[in-house]
Design a protein around this ligand. Structure first.
Ligand code: IMP
Length: 194
């Protein structure tokens, strides 16, 4: 029987993308697929902590192998902020525009524009915890460019590129993104378990 693995997300796009990378050795299930409608708390002070909180919640409730991810934008001149607060930096909600405005205001007049996106995946497999990290380094520009993507994409240019993530086709971003890098490490690990 195919191994089932729960991805603690309700983002169908993420689920499909990761399933296509993993292939058919593991069947991914979303929170909806297992009937989990809980709002899983993300109250830890780090990306690692939040990813683990989500994975632990599923493991302790459903006793199934699972993984969860958490991502943040870490800006050097802001001591790593917004970091774990990336989704709710300016407001309580996921207000992408307000978040970008806040970052640009805080960086106003600052020459060091270095930043990175960092994704952490926490996997609980047969009761053991494993972490996988994906990083993409880049710069925050002074005004928005592009309409693709989401979040901070319009103000982030990855190193080695001229375009922001929001100016790239999704297929291009997915080749180099923080999330893709973390997922690829997870997939390599799972493939060794086949
Ligand atoms: P999540 O952990 O994937 O939900 O990401 C948390 C927050 O980080 C999102 O709400 C976005 O603000 C930001 N973020 C995560 N991934 C990206 C990305 O690929 N581009 C731009 N912003 C992102």
């Amino acid at each position: 029987m195919m191994n089932e693995l729960i991805f603690a997300t309700n983002n169908q796009h993420k689920l499909t993308e990761v399933q296509s990378l993993i292939g058919d050795s593991f069947k991914l299930m979303s929170l909806k697929d297992i009937g989990c409608n809980e709002d899983i708390p993300e109250t830890a002070p780090t990306l690692e902590g939040n990813a683990l909180l989500k994975a632990r919640f599923i493991f302790s409730t459903f006793s199934k192998n699972c993984f969860a991810d958490d991502t943040g934008l870490e800006i050097e001149a802001l001591d790593g902020r917004p970091g774990v607060f990336s989704a709710r930096y300016a407001t309580d909600g996921h207000d992408f525009e307000a978040n970008i405005d806040k970052v640009l205001a805080e960086l106003s007049g600052i020459r060091n524009r270095n930043a990175r996106f960092r994704t952490v995946i926490a996997l609980i497999l047969d009761g053991s915890v494993h972490y996988f990290e994906g990083i993409v380094n880049g710069k925050i520009i002074t005004e928005r460019k592009g309409a693709e993507g989401f979040g901070y994409d319009p103000v982030f240019i990855p190193d080695g590129y001229q375009d922001t993530f929001a100016e790239m086709p999704l297929s291009e971003k997915n080749k180099i993104s923080h999330r893709a890098r973390a997922v690829n490490k997870l997939v390599d690990f799972l493939n060794q378990k086949k």
